[in-house]
Design a protein around this ligand. Structure first.
Ligand code: NAD
Length: 481
């Protein structure tokens, strides 16, 4: 199959040839065949993109909010018009089963429409009487300026759009730097941007890896960074932004708990555990990969979960019946195999899976794995694996279960299972997590998504996600008349 040679970046409303001589080969994780050779933008590409965005900053900030929102709605339409192609690209470059990737365009569109709907109210200035002196104050919400958006590979479209929608509505032009593994969905997103009719320079894209991202973070004209990715890289970006006094949102890793209470309904666990713990072949930041169960029900729940996981098909991600596809890359496959080895070495018991998936002569497939007899100090209970590996930990008293749930550096998400929703909610109040599901796991474009502890800083989604791109200015006024 011919491999596409892609040597351009999207700057100021057109594809322009990069002079960089570095490339990344995008590989189909199912077939291990190269799909495209995509340029890794260099500092000159980043500079051109940031300057194009900066040139538009004042114009875009002055564009009336309803007009900006209308363009964002059109972008939603253009994404939906490319639904099939986007689904195919996501599954080709990332291996996400189509059962999952087919929803990505509609979800992205819903997110954009929500931003357009709530944007005008978020951006409106308000007047506050002064309780200390005569007069009042006009509190303005102004766009911060050029925003650099840096994203990982696991949800190649959605994770860009959850930054793009709020930034555009807020009035910030952007430079997007997608993951090197998955630049193709991002490139198709630029076609949608073009078709939606955004003024040239408002949305720019530079493909590449860490070095390209770093050039964006450090660029003088960037006024905001929004990063989604690993805690390690997030920490270094946070340090750099601290030095530059540059506002930053960091959406980072997790090791989230699913805490099963002693009255939990096994049918509910059976119906939801795959989505809660192993969505996108476990490559989901908010996956609840530690199943914390009362020891009195441990055997029953481990058997139940193993049955459910074992019955979920592993295979070709283009088959609509497939639940587990390949992992995104050989590196990620090796990382997951490495953690399976670490788990065994630490004394955990692989009650399901534990190695490479059999029956595949190519593709980066691993066996969906359940480890029992995991203790809180083990690495497989503490570190993010980012694959289909579930660690089961037991507890005797509920306080112990809560302590185990909170006992990692992370605080991204959690799920609580109980037949009594009030009881589940009371336990949820004790969990250190930014997103908690009661007997299910979902997301809501209208509700804030924010990692606590080492899972991040700042917020995405909801009106709060738009506020991240705004600076407050107070204009004090004397009494009138
Ligand atoms: P990563 O941190 O390696 O890379 C993320 C992005 O940062 C990529 O675009 C990469 O090219 C870029 N990058 C790498 N080094 C950089 C640097 N020094 N400066 C600027 N940019 C740099 O993460 P990954 O392996 O691509 O993604 C997996 C991670 O993402 C997991 O830890 C997962 O939990 C996390 N994640 C978090 C969320 C969330 O919302 N909290 C969502 C999805 C994924």
């Amino acid at each position: 199959m011919p491999v596409d040679q892609i040597g351009d970046v999207y700057v100021a409303g057109r594809w322009r040839t990069s002079r960089s001589n570095e490339h990344t080969v995008v590989t189909n994780p199912t077939t291990e065949e190269p799909v495209a050779r995509v340029v890794s933008g260099d500092a000159a590409d980043v500079d051109a993109a940031v300057r194009a965005a900066a040139d538009m900053a004042a114009t875009w900030a002055r564009t009336p909010v309803p007009e900006r929102c209308e363009l964002v709605r059109r972008l939603a339409d253009e994404i939906e018009a490319r639904s099939d192609a986007l689904t195919r690209i996501i599954t080709t470059e990332n291996g996400t089963p189509v059962a999952e990737s087919a929803h990505a365009p509609a979800q992205a569109a819903a997110h954009l429409r929500h931003c357009a709907e709530v944007g005008p109210a978020v951006l409106a200035a308000d007047i506050r009487p002064n309780p200390m002196a005569p007069g009042d104050t006009l509190v303005q919400r102004r766009p911060l300026g050029v925003a650099g958006l840096i994203t990982p590979w696991n949800y190649p479209l959605s994770l860009i759009v959850v930054k793009l929608g709020p930034a555009l509505v807020a009035g910030c032009p952007v430079v997007i730097k997608p993951a090197a593994e998955t630049p193709l969905a991002a490139r198709m997103l630029m076609d949608a941007v073009d078709a939606a009719g955004f003024p040239a320079g408002v949305v720019n894209l530079v493909t590449g890896g860490g070095r390209t991202g770093q050039a964006l973070v450090e660029h003088d004209l960037v006024r905001k960074i929004s990063f989604t990715g690993s805690t390690g890289v997030g920490r270094s970006i946070g340090e750099e932004c601290g030095r530059l006094l540059r506002p930053v949102v960091l959406e980072l890793g997790g090791k989230s708990p699913a805490l099963v209470l002693d009255d939990a309904d096994p049918a509910v666990i059976a119906a939801t555990i795959l989505k809660v713990s192993m969505r996108n072949t476990g490559q989901t930041c908010k996956a609840c990969t530690r199943l914390i169960v009362p020891n009195t029900r441990r055997r029953e729940i481990v058997d139940l979960v193993c049955d459910v996981v074992a019955s979920a098909p592993v295979g070709d991600p283009f088959d609509p019946a497939t639940f587990f596809g390949p992992l995104v890359s050989e590196r990620q496959r090796d990382r997951v195999l490495g953690y399976q080895e670490i788990g065994r070495h630490e004394g955990a018991k692989a009650v399901l899976g534990g190695g490479r998936a059999s029956g595949f002569d190519r593709g980066w497939f691993v066996e969906p794995t359940v480890f029992d007899e995991v203790t809180p100090d083990m690495r497989i209970a503490q570190e993010e694996i980012f694959g289909p590996v579930l660690s089961v930990l037991g507890y005797d008293e509920l306080d112990e279960g809560v302590a185990i749930a909170n006992g990692t550096p992370y605080g991204l998400a959690a799920t609580v299972f109980s037949r009594d929703e009030e009881r589940a909610a009371a336990v949820a109040d004790r969990l250190e997590a930014g997103t908690i599901g009661l007997n299910h796991y979902g997301s809501n474009a209208a509700a804030p998504f924010a990692g606590h502890k080492a899972s991040g800083l700042g917020v995405e989604f909801g009106v709060e996600g738009i506020e991240e791109y705004l600076a407050l200015t107070s204009v004090h006024r004397l009494p009138r008349g």
